[in-house]
Design a protein around this ligand. Sequence first.
Ligand code: PRX
Length: 638
Amino acid sequence: MSEINIGLGNHDDKTRLEAKSNYVHFWEKQAKNLFWFSPWTNPLDWNPPFAKWFVGGTINASYNTLDIHQKNKSDKPAIFWEGENGESRILTYHDMWIQVQKFANVLKSLGVKKGDRVTIYLPMIPELPISMLACARIGAIHTVIFSGFSASSIKDRITDSKSKIVITADGGYRRGNIIYLKQVIDEAIVKLDFVQNVIVIERIKNKIKLSSKDLMWNDLMNNISNVCVAEKLDSSHPLYILYTSGTTGKPKGVLHGTGGYLTHLYSTFKWVFDIKDSDIFFCTADIGWVTGHSYIVYGPLLHGATQVMYEGSPDFPDISRIWNIIQKYKITLFYTTPTALRMFMKFGEKIPNSFDLSTLRLLGSVGEPINPEVWKWYFKTIGKEKCPIVDTWWQTETGGIMISALPGLETIPLKPGSGTLPIPGLDISVIDEYGKDVLPNTKGYLVIKNPWPGMLLTLWKDDEKYYEAYWSKYKNCYYAGDYALQDTDGYFWLLGRADDVLKVSGHRIGTAELESCLVSHTDVSESAVCGIPDEIKGEAIIAFVVLKQNVQKNNMTLQNELLLKIRNDIGAIATPAQIYFVSVLPKTRSGKIMRRLLKAIANKEIIGDTSTLENVDSISEIQSIFEQLQESIQKKSE
Ligand code: PRX
């Protein structure tokens, strides 16, 4: 495995040893970088699988991201906002502070109290971080929903979190199209009487229908005080719920706390991105996902950093948009996804080469494994062989980055495709089915053996599921659900999901969620969903469907109905690339669908052991249907 050595090649042994000798003490030291209203009395209460960090300490996320910068950085831009249509706004740390306090007072005036949930369904506009920080200021728990989710998904999430306030916009721009967010919310909350108010921001300024629950953001912000003292909250006070897909049919409400989470973000933002006061940071994620929560909102603002927040699609109005933004704002630190890079790479190096990218000094990748060829392209074409690449592995549940190179701490050789080493203070291993560490270069399951500060508190109102999903496979050990291996240098190589979760364009989609959506169609009796490799998206979804008897509709009509159902029930991001209609699914004698076989057929791999299969004939039928369809797709494209 080739190495790229662009630094001195030094480990920070001192920090790593210190962290290893006493990880609790190490994190305690990092926590002191934050502002605490009162100090903790116990650094860690570890009652597996529940961890409480900095017990007895009181803190506020909004205070740590805004108030602390008012003395020295109040005029420094916090956000350079770039609209998809070319508009721009600049918000300084002072502007953010005032807006957040005003909106916090708005929420209070509507009866929002500490611990109440507030759902936020907004496009990438500054009012999104403002809303989140306003919640944090008063101790309300924000729950942001990605603006691509459908009314039905939103309804499930609002119902689960019992949010009494929903914040949305009249609409948003996405690849030149308008998405009518307010309409989606109207549909989602029809029967949700506990939702007291919907606050609407005017983004596209179209005519919208207002109900008695609806209030306009601008009206509310007009005559309200701009002073709101930040609540002194317990370190483990919940900061947010973020729903993410797992192996069950229902998304999980990952619950994050405050003091530990902020400590993790403060430290990783410094070590991974090597943040300096003069840097301009640009993360292309959407705040609707965890990357945006941690490394657009909390991490950069804790450091008083300046960043660019881009509203729209990376390929609008054309594929050069991101390079244009880097040139325009003189970006120094750039954080994006392998899916975006694969798309850029497809269009060749001529486009990025025609922009001035010379301000870049560090590049990052997140969300899915980055292929070595793409890594090298990123390094050479975008970084001009002078920028280290940080390939950051982490999850919604981990809160912050867990495995990555750390240019802000040490300069170790990089290996294209490897995340390198864990963050100091974390105990990460690759183990086998029986819980034993595997030998170097052997594939196994990635686990985390110690609690860490950014770790989720639990799943919202479901401690049992929390235990079941992450802590039941191995005793007192967090099961991440990923395959990995460690090479002889101890470097980690992430090898994709080990469970029934797909990664499509870096977005997490549970196969069970899709299957339960498909079988809720009146004509469907059974379904199985799996992923196949996709050149750009990393993975594409395919679905196998068994129809009920005597269904008269043709396959084309049914396919369209099912695709529409998925878009309506989940959202466009979960749309399968292909649906295959089969008469039976391969099952074990105990009735479990053997997805492994479906995946092997779809990937044209060797089928392997079929001795536990109940219905061996199903294999040849599925194989033949799959091949016929592939042929006809090929013919059509010729
Ligand atoms: O499979 C891993 C993959 O993304 C999963 C977590 O997804 P999510 O909670 O949506 O968070 C994504 C953003 C942090 C992981 O279980 N993953 C994330 N980063 C990487 C990765 N796979 C390989 N390399 C990465 N750098």
